[in-house]
Design a protein around this ligand. Structure first.
Ligand code: HEC
Ligand code: HEC
Ligand code: HEC
Ligand code: HEC
Length: 460
């Protein structure tokens, strides 16, 4: 637990740092104390608010910056030191779900690591999102020592029982967890969130609703609820210093709903922490989005947890690369060097681009077997031996990553069946989707075809 007992936490943190130092030559991160006041200053400062909420969500496996571009936000190491500096015992720390991104075994590894990290940071609760409920059995079976309680009022099993508690008590009020409707759950179902909340508001005291929900779903929920102090949801916000008041919603965006409730959005990929200050009556008095940028130092304890996570993810799935190669071959991939014979200039342009050595980038960083990285950086096969593992480290994002498997095209061309004017399927001209399958958040913040295409331009 990082917050609450600052002096002890610092001792523990230094002990971890010392252990790391003996294991490797890595520089020991500076202790946080000296930077504490600077952080406080930067992140809105201490406050005399009666109550404070710190909310994150949508981590989606972004447990640390991948390095795909500079100046990435987020990661548990920065979040740990931010919370250690700013959050106190009495504050509510809550995570609004969607930690379990991807497919197994990476997905489970991400979920359990995220829950452990939340536990070590002293979170009070985790509300499961759509992605987490896809692995409900794992979530139920997760070792609960050291992980925060999972709360969800609108999830019931087929036999009518609830797998998780509906709420926790905080600051004399109830914090009710709800998840997005329309989520498929094996062996259970998600009931209407507003009904589930109302059923818990019987004694007339105000409540806080913590929703693992998109902005539009949370907006609709907030509009429906009376007797609720504030809805905190995982959707991405557009503003640092204001909450959404449900009546202010742009009609073109979410559809107009009458003003009733304040709504705080915790954003995607835990790139920032949403902080809300409340008065005695739980009315919001101020809010910040505290961005977890490079100016926030890494917390040693969380860095150690992230290192352990990476160490495991590097060899989590021994079949990762064979499975990728088999999959590409099944889609008709024959490898970029097959194309060189006939498309010499295009091949030369490609060979000069970063796409051609996507795997070398990972080899250089020791992450060329990591299920977190390989799927975007390896989309090609060796032309001579497509299923061979020998030269995988030299491959990258091949021609067929964008043009699709071309086995049939090559056969036809070799048989002389293709003339210049043969209609053989248009290339993906101007189709940004071809690129944004990989050039997408959180790895890459934004993508502009007009800037990026000229860097790899080829064809007529
Ligand atoms: C969703 C797809 C995706 C995943 C997953 C991914 N990357 Fe990337 N990576 C990219 C893209 C796209 C770029 C190019 C960004 C740019 O410059 O516009 C890139 C660039 C990079 C670069 C910079 C390369 C250079 O030559 O400057 C590094 C380093 C990198 N990735 C490492 C990683 C690591 C390590 C992981 C796993 C933790 C990873 N990537 C996972 C898509 C991905
Ligand atoms: C044996 C020669 C040959 C080989 C090998 C070959 N092509 Fe072609 N390709 C052609 C010819 C001929 C055309 C039609 C004329 C043109 O546009 O150059 C063509 C056209 C294309 C086009 C434009 C039209 C379309 O279908 O979209 C693309 C893209 C293309 N090839 C991609 C590839 C890729 C990728 C590979 C490697 C997997 C490849 N080709 C291998 C001969 C070849
Ligand atoms: C299969 C995933 C994938 C697809 C599809 C993809 N890219 Fe990339 N792209 C990457 C990766 C990964 C890198 C970084 C490679 C490295 O350096 O390791 C990258 C790097 C680049 C770079 C170099 C970045 C720089 O700043 O120098 C450009 C430019 C680029 N991509 C443009 C595009 C465009 C345009 C498209 C669509 C037509 C596209 N990419 C489609 C994965 C992809
Ligand atoms: C990052 C995605 C990407 C990669 C990798 C890529 N291409 Fe393309 N290619 C495109 C796009 C997009 C176009 C369409 C551009 C246009 O029409 O202006 C194109 C156009 C072409 C054309 C011209 C089609 C025409 O009708 O003019 C050929 C031929 C071609 N590519 C071959 C290749 C070959 C061969 C490779 C590998 C050596 C390759 N491409 C790698 C995205 C890619």
């Amino acid at each position: 637990m990082l917050r609450r007992t600052a002096p002890l936490a610092l001792v523990a943190a230094l002990a971890v740092a010392a252990a790391c130092a003996t294991r490797s030559e890595e520089p020991v991160p500076a202790p946080l104390d000296g930077r504490r006041s600077a952080l406080l200053e930067m992140r809105g400062g201490a406050s005399d608010a009666a109550h404070r909420i710190f909310a994150t969500g949508e981590t989606r496996g972004f447990i640390g910056p991948c390095g795909c571009e500079e100046k990435q936000f987020g990661g548990v190491a920065r979040r740990g030191s931010y919370l250690a500096s700013v959050a106190e015992d009495a504050d509510l720390l809550i995570d609004l779900g969607n930690a379990a991104a991807g497919s197994d075994p990476l997905r489970s590894h991400r979920l359990t690591t995220t829950l452990r990290a939340l536990g070590e940071m002293g979170y009070d609760a985790f509300v499961p999102g759509r992605l987490d409920l896809a692995v409900l059995d794992l979530l139920v079976a997760t070792d609960t020592r050291g992980t925060p309680p999972v709360i969800c009022a609108n999830l019931v099993r087929s036999d009518g029982s609830r797998p998780f508690a509906a709420s926790i008590e905080w600051a004399g009020t109830r914090v009710i967890g709800v998840t997005e409707e329309g989520t498929d759950v094996a062996g259970g179902r998600v009931t209407p969130a507003a009904d589930a909340v109302r059923a818990l508001l019987v004694d007339g005291s105000p409540a806080i609703v913590a929703a693992a929900m998109s902005r539009s779903a949370a907006t609709a929920l907030a509009a429906e609820l009376d007797g609720v102090a504030i809805v905190v949801a995982s959707g991405a916000a557009t503003d640092d210093r204001s909450l959404m008041s449900v009546g202010d919603v742009d009609p073109a965006d979410d559809g107009f709903v009458p003003a009733v409730r304040p709504l705080a959005l915790a954003g995607e990929f835990a790139a920032y922490v949403r902080r809300v200050d409340l008065d005695d009556a739980l009315r919001p008095v101020d809010t910040w989005r505290s961005w977890l940028g490079e100016d926030v130092p890494d917390d040693p304890q969380m860095s150690a947890l992230y290192d352990a996570y990476r160490e495991r993810s590097a060899d989590l799935d021994p079949d990762l690369i064979p499975d990728i190669l088999v999959g590409l071959t099944a889609r008709g991939f024959v490898g970029s060097s097959t194309c060189r014979t006939c498309h010499t200039d295009d091949h030369a342009t490609w060979a000069d681009s970063l796409h051609s050595h996507g795997m070398k980038t990972l080899v250089d960083r020791g992450r060329d077997r990591d299920a977190e990285c390989v799927p975007c950086h390896l989309v090609d096969v060796d032309a001579n031996d497509p299923l061979s593992l020998d030269r995988v480290g030299e491959l990258g994002i091949g021609c067929e990553a964008c043009h699709g498997g071309r086995a049939q095209h090559v056969e036809a061309a070799q048989a002389g069946l293709i003339e210049d004017d043969t209609p053989i399927g248009a290339p993906p001209y101007g189709a940004t989707e071809v690129c944004t399958g990989c050039h997408k958040p959180p790895e890459v913040k934004s993508f502009d075809l007009d800037i990026q295409w000229p860097r790899i331009e080829h064809g007529d």
